[in-house]
Design a binder for this molecule. Structure first.
Ligand SMILES: Nc1ncnc2c1ncn2[C@@H]1O[C@H](COP(=O)(O)OP(=O)(O)O)[C@@H](O)[C@H]1O
Ligand SMILES: [Mg+2]
Length: 690
């Protein structure tokens, strides 16, 4: 580490003191495919991939489209689907410690697509991450945000929207990529994986991202892995190590500078005046038979003495631990935020995005006023006679349908635009899905009170319902509760269904039958006995009976003396409709329970989806079945920690701190008899990069 780096970077706090090697061993991934004749077979997407991304260096995984680069990355961080039709084999390690869920936070992943909230700014996005993912105090989070903004040269665009291509104008592609890298960097990870970070960027921006990655590795001692698709020669020159990949097999893995020699030794010398990266890319697209030769050559190389000098492919050491002091120490600074901070920050973000998107709020306001006036005009000045009874029953039904639908639609529309961001953040385990659901409800609550209130104030008096304070406030409470039930129902559908279209189709499908049994169209007795259960599921029914019993329970006498009419009193009407067992208070409680139920189901569904997205590292369980392979036997053990050493010092870096727990596995047992002293010391020129 050069002292000047510490001086001119304000990120001294974000430096690592040790580098960590990230290794994978005999990684295989097979998926079941149908061969067209009704027979299925397991198609390999990754074949026995073994290698190491060395600490403090940039490893570029290069290969044509469809080579399996993304699959490899997702495989080593546990984000591949694993079930009866998808099989993942192999192990991954951080130094000599198995990479388990416990250490997941030490490894960050930047996906290929830049998924962002379009109307957030880089400064807000980074601050949010610092608060939520690290639980930093407000001042610390601000400081960390400024650090990252400066470090990634984002100060210029700190307050510009991130944008969504084609929809919201925002920062440039390169800036957006750097924000996403910053978002991961904020947690100070040991290992940073990036899937095609330069794809879609022009050569200048691509080079900038490349230089950033190099600095992250060389200056901050991180382990950087990125997949890359046809880099320019300047970009190519920034990579310390190279992993060439074709159809799921390794073709070369080692220092970039050694690649030409290796290919010359297997009969594919880089022609003069040719850009090596282009030549390698061409090699990787050779037909399968040619590739087979390259794959065989690589296997032969691994078994040869030459491989012992290639630090990228050294087999794992004898002892594999499940805990490491070094990693534990680093993990201690990464306790995430409390549920409270998460909820507060998520609520703030939701509110912020609401305010920046006034369109939907204005739309809802216009809708509310329009329908209130429309219903009000249609049922203007209801009479207190036989005709009035029918009109009142119809008016109350319209009030119920209107408020329920409007609220459900806004609930439906509120999640799909955030789904991608939510899932990405769940993948990074940024916050709990429960906090997200709670925040969404809190942020939306004011609107679900204001709009029904506006509706009630306009419609109630236009229609001329019972003019007592108790009747009015009960009506208002019911409409507010109903709006919240409707909103929660819409949000639940939006969370449960995988697409917005399905959710939008489902809501009317459910609402219609439930509304038919609300009690206006058919007397409750019609439903006995086979359909009676619908009564209990129909929350529109509870809303309607609440409105109905409130109005008719308080209306008193309907037809005065000497005015013969079939409805003597409100209570008579309630009995006539079959609502005599209902009361508005009880129905209101039931609506509240429905609201809570829908919220819990929606939150649970988000939690399940979030869990699936976060993946599950099962490497620990596979330790016992690690297979002894030729590469695992007889070779030198790997150095646990490659501390960059000045060029003058030739001794190896100090070994890693004492592991707490050791696990003997079949793979390392054959080596147990070997003595430490017989292993070759590491004399590679690993300081080259510095
Ligand atoms: N779950 C899966 N089932 C079947 N095929 C898959 C699955 N995932 C990826 N593939 C296939 O595996 C190959 C490698 O995909 P990928 O890793 O995305 O390639 P790259 O990132 O190198 O372009 C592709 O041909 C892709 O179609
Ligand atoms: Mg890919």
């Amino acid at each position: 580490m050069h002292p000047q780096h510490l001086q001119h970077s304000s990120l001294a706090s974000l430096m690592l003191d040790r580098t960590v090697d990230f290794s994978w061993e005999q990684l295989g991934y097979h998926v079941k495919v149908d061969d067209g004749n009704g027979e299925s077979s397991m198609k390999p997407l990754l074949c026995n991939v073994t290698g190491t991304a060395r600490g403090g260096r940039v490893l570029a995984i290069m290969g044509p489209s469809g080579a399996g680069k993304t699959t490899l990355m997702n495989g080593i961080i546990g984000r591949l689907q694993v079930d009866a039709e998808h099989r993942l084999d192999g192990c991954a390690f951080l130094n000599d410690t198995v990479f388990s869920n416990r250490y997941k936070k030490l490894v960050s992943y930047v996906a290929q697509d830049d998924i962002v909230m379009g109307k957030e700014t880089p400064a807000e996005a980074l601050y949010f991450s610092a608060r939520v993912r690290l639980g930093l105090s407000v001042e610390e989070a601000q400081e960390r945000t400024e650090d990252i903004l400066t470090r990634l040269r984002l100060q210029k665009c700190r307050d510009t929207y991130l944008g969504i291509p084609g929809l919201i104008k925002g920062v440039s592609g390169g800036e957006k990529k750097r924000v996403n890298i910053g978002n991961e960097l904020i947690t100070n990870p040991y290992v940073l994986l990036l899937d095609e970070p330069t794809t879609g960027l022009d050569s200048v921006n691509a080079l900038r991202v490349g230089e950033l990655l190099r600095d992250l590795a060389h200056e901050e001692k991180r382990t950087v892995l990125c997949t890359i698709h046809s880099p320019s020669s300047e970009l190519f020159a920034l990579f310390d190590d190279l992993l060439l990949f074709a159809k799921g097999h390794v073709v070369y893995h080692g220092p970039t500078s050694d690649a030409p020699d290796y290919f010359a030794s297997v009969g594919y010398p880089v022609p003069p005046r040719t850009n090596p990266s282009e030549y390698f890319m061409n090699l990787l697209q050779l037909p399968r038979e040619e590739l087979q030769k390259l794959w065989d050559a690589w296997e032969a190389y691994l078994a040869s003495p030459a491989a012992a000098n290639n630090l990228s492919v050294l087999p794992m050491g004898e002892t594999i631990t499940t805990r490491s002091e070094l990693l534990e120490k680093h993990l201690a600074d990464k306790q995430g935020a409390s549920m409270l901070i998460e909820t507060v920050e998520l609520t703030k973000r939701s509110m912020r995005l609401f305010l920046r998107d006034p369109g939907s709020t204005i739309g809802r306001a216009v809708q509310t006023i329009f329908f209130a006036v429309l219903v009000g005009l249609f049922f203007f000045g209801l009479d207190k006679d036989a005709q009035g009874v029918q009109d009142r029953a119809g008016a109350l039904f319209m009030v119920m349908m209107n408020n329920m639908f409007m609220a459900a639609m806004s609930g439906l529309a509120s999640f799909p635009p955030e789904r991608a961001v939510f899932l990405m953040e769940q993948g990074a385990e940024a916050y709990s899905a429960w906090a997200y659901s709670a925040a969404k409800s809190i942020a939306e609550l004011p609107f679900q009170i204001i709009f029904p209130t506006i509706f009630t104030c306009i419609a109630y008096f236009m229609m001329g319902f019972v003019e007592t304070a108790s009747a009015f406030f009960a009506f208002w409470i019911i409409v507010v509760l109903l709006a919240n039930t409707g909103y929660s129902f819409g949000l639940m559908c939006a969370s449960v269904f995988p697409t917005a279209e399905a959710a939008f189709a489902a809501v009317p499908l459910v609402f219609m039958p439930l509304s038919i049994v609300a009690g206006l169209f058919a007397n409750t007795d019609r439903l006995d006995p086979y359909w009676i259960w619908l009564n209990y599921l129909s929350f529109p029914r509870f809303a309607y009976t609440a409105l109905f019993t409130n109005e008719f329970g308080k209306i008193g006498e309907i037809c005065g003396a000497g005015n013969p009419c079939p409805y003597p009193s409100g209570d008579f009407v309630i009995r006539l409709y079959g609502f005599e067992d209902d009361s508005w208070e009880r129905s209101a409680w039931v609506l509240a329970l429905f609201t809570i139920g829908f919220k819990v189901i929606g939150a649970f569904s988000l939690w399940v989806q979030g869990r699936a997205k976060a993946g599950n590292l099962r490497f620990e369980g596979r330790l016992a079945s690690r297979q002894a392979s030729p590469q695992n036997r007889g070779a030198s053990p790997r150095q646990a920690d490659y501390l960059p050493t000045p060029a003058t010092e030739q001794e190896a870096a100090p070994a890693e701190s004492k592991p707490d727990e050791k696990v003997a596995t079949p793979a390392n047992q054959p080596e147990a008899s070997q003595e430490e002293g017989t292993h070759e010391p590491i004399e590679e020129n690993e300081e080259k990069a510095f």
